[in-house]
Design a protein. Sequence first.
Length: 455
Amino acid sequence: MRFVNNYENKIKEIVQEKKLTYCIDTMGCQMNENDSNKYMGILESMGFQKAPIEKANLILFNTCCIRENAENTLFGRLGFLKQRKEKEENVYIVVVGCMTQQKHILEKIKKSYRFVDVVLGTGSMRLFPEKLYKILCLKQKEIEYLEVGNEIEEEVPILYEDQYKASVSIIYGCNNFCSYCIVPYVRGRERSRKPEDILNDIRKLAQKGYKEIMLLGQNVNSYGNDFEEEYHFPDLLKEVEKIEGIEIIRFMSPHPKDFKDDLIEVIKNSKKIARQIHLPLQSGNTEILSKMNRKYSKEQFLDLALKLKQIPDISLSTDIIVGFPNETEEQFLDTLDVVKKVGFDQIYMFIYSKRNGTVAAKMEDKTSHEEKVERLERLKKLYEDMLPELNQKMIGKTYFVLVEGKSKNNDKLYTGRTSQNKVVIFSADDSYIGKIVPVKIDSEHLWYLKGSIVD
Ligand code: SAH
Ligand code: SF4
Ligand code: F3S
C-alpha cells in the first residue's frame, strides 16, 4: 500500500502560520528508530521544524513495551508534559508504537493521561496525517484502539539523522512467539517488503552518499517466507551487495533456528557484509530454551556460533535473558558456559520481565528478584573479563573504519566503527568524515579501541 498524504497542504498552512515545531522521543529497538525516521519525514514534509522537547509544539512518543521499565518510561515522560499542556496553547501530544497495541495501556491513557491528543498503533502510519488534521484544524480528538496494522506501507517519506549510515526495514512483524516476548502481539504477523521496494530505497540512499545499510526485521532470516516464489534473505543480500556506493551491509536480528548454511556462505563470500553477526542466545540451557520456544538447543547454538567464528575477523554479539521463570542456578550456569565457549564481543543482557498476555506470564516463578539481579551481575562480570582478550586480538591489525565524526570527549579525536562494530578513536580532520579509511589498532580500552590512520 502506497502512503498518500491527502492533508499535506491543509496542515502545511497551519504549521506555517503558527510556526509549529516537533520533537520525537523514541524508545525501544531499531525498528522503532526506523519508524521514527518515517514520522520525522512525514512531519518535515508538512513544514514542522525540529525543536528541543521543552519547546516543541508537537511531541511524539514512539513507545516500546518489551520490558516493564520501557512502559514506565513513557508514563514518567508524559507526566512531565501535563503542566505544559495545561499552561500553553498549541502543544500536541502524540503516542505511537508498540505500547498502544495493548488495550489496557490505551485505557490507562484515556483515563489518566487525557491530555494525549493522538494515539496510533504499529503499522497505522498512513492514518497519521488525517489524525493530525483533525486535531490541528478541527480540534477533534478521538483516541481509539487500532488493530495491529498488517499492511506494508511503502513510499513513506523518511529522514535520517545520520548522513552515511541508514537502516531499512525489510520485514515487519514476528511469527515466532518466543514465550516471554510481547512483540508478535504488538507488531503482528510477518510480512516481507518486496525486494524491488527495498532495493530501490537502498539505491536512492546510495545515490545520496550513504555507505552503510542496516537491514532490519524482528527475524530477518524469515524474509520471503510469505512470498509465493522462492526468494529468501540470502537472495536479497546478494542483490544488496551489487548496489554501487554501499560499502557495508549489516542486518539485525537473525534467529539462530533459521541460520542456514546458504546464509553463512553468502556472508563468507561477501565483500560488504559486516564481519559482525548478532546471534541472540537468550539462554544457554536447553530446557529453558525449550520453555522459551526458541527451537534450538544449547549444542545447536554452540555449533552455529563456532561455525560463524571460523569466518576470519568475525565478531559476534548476542542478547541474553537471565531469570526466566523458575530458572535454576544450574540452568544459569549453562548460559555462562556458552558465553565462555563462544566469546561474544557485545552482550545485551536483560532480567526477564513478565509481559501480560504471553505464555511465560502464566508460568510459575520461584526464582527471587535478588537472585536474578545477582545472576545479571555475574554475567556482566564474565563478559567484561573476557572482552579485553577479544579486543587485544585486534591490536596491530588494520581495519577499515567508516569515520562518523568528532569524538564526544575529545575535540581533536575522531570516531568510527570497524566492520566488527568496534568503536575506534583516532586523530583525523573533518575531511575524513563519511570516508572509509584504514586504521591500525594501537590499544584497547574495554569499550573502545585507539588507533591511527594508515596513509
Ligand atoms: N527479534 C529479536 C529481538 C527483539 S527484542 C530477536 O529475536 O532477537 C530484543 C531483546 O529483548 C530480545 O532478544 C530479548 O533478549 C529481550 N526480551 C524480549 N522480551 C523480553 C522480556 N519479556 N524480558 C526480558 N527481556 C526480553
Ligand atoms: Fe520476540 Fe522471539 Fe520474535 Fe524476537 S523472535 S521478536 S524474541 S518473539
Ligand atoms: Fe520494543 Fe516494539 Fe521494538 S516492543 S523492542 S519497540 S518491536
